[in-house]
Design a protein around this ligand. Sequence first.
Ligand code: ZN
Length: 142
Amino acid sequence: MRRALDEAAEAVRGGDVPVGAVVLAEDGTVLATGHNEREAGGDPTAHAEVLALRRAAAGLGQWRLAGCTLVVTLEPCTMCAGAIQQSRVDRLVYGARDEKAGAAGSLWDLLRDRRLNHRPEVIEGVLAEECARLLTEFFRTR
Ligand SMILES: [Zn+2]
């Protein structure tokens, strides 16, 4: 999560909301990182999670990320929860909850929906205060 927080700080440079993500292999090796680049790239889908998942898959040469863990500073939105589900990662670890748009326990709980055949383990609240503080500070300066 510390690595994801470093990534989140990078997002601010491009004028983006500070959210950072890291994809870890089964042995804990960092496969890829990502931070929000929506403003920087003018891309509505350039959320930290999507970018990190794409890079991890590109690095491994396959879309299926079974065995991997995605760590992200903020609870994923519906798009990212969908991408997480599609990527087949085994585990999602996130920091702060997103009560306004979260799709992993707050507004929706897509990843633990029993109607889906792939349901990754979800661990929330890791360094939650630090992750949330970064966001609060960002929005305060706007
Ligand atoms: Zn998202």
